[in-house]
Write a protein that binds this ligand. Sequence first.
Ligand code: ZN
Length: 240
Amino acid sequence: MSVNEKLGKHLLRLSDKDNQICNFVNEQRSLISRRDSLNSDIESLNSQLVIKEAAQRDAASRQAIEEHRLKEEQAKIVERRKQIAMMSGAKVAKVMEREIEIATRSVQSLEEAMAKAMEDVESINGEITSIKEQIDQTQQSINTEVPQISARLSEIDNELKSVRSERDKSFAELEPRLQRLYKRVQGRYPGSPVAVASKSSCRSCFRALPQQTYNQIIAGYYLIQCPGCARLLVYLPENK
Ligand SMILES: [Zn+2]
């Protein structure tokens, strides 16, 4: 293997290490964000549940109040009927009949209010059931996923440590000019600063290379950037 070929392979290996690092870092980020979102989901579901349970207590006490009022009105009617039965005198009876009439109307509206209160309680109960189901599902996901996420995160930590040290070692072996250029290109392509040149074109962006540029790359000149994507170009004979 010629010196040029060796350097080309070296650059590709370095770029590959940086690619691995990027992939690990991305995986790390997405695992952390998955874990965070599971935790915030369950938190928000639990606080929704607290609010709904308070609403449930309110609705239940409203229902109890309506029920009490209704029973009072019904009892009033029963009482008036008894009084009418015991009474003589058309005038008083008429007053009583009038009261019964009013109470009957009141009972109707109380029955409606009662029905509404029951509906409210039922609908809140339904919402609570659904929130609890969601809490169960989320908790199950947390129970199964979070330990896996934690395990994978510590694996990635170890992998990153070793890949980063290999990468730094490989980078340190480059001559300073190449290091500077590599760093600059890497600012734009963190995981793929190096591209293979073959068949007179850049294999990353597929831009055709000017013949002179291509010849320079073949000759092993390693400070050439692709005119299309600006990656560092490397020529490998087996990629012909
Ligand atoms: Zn390119």
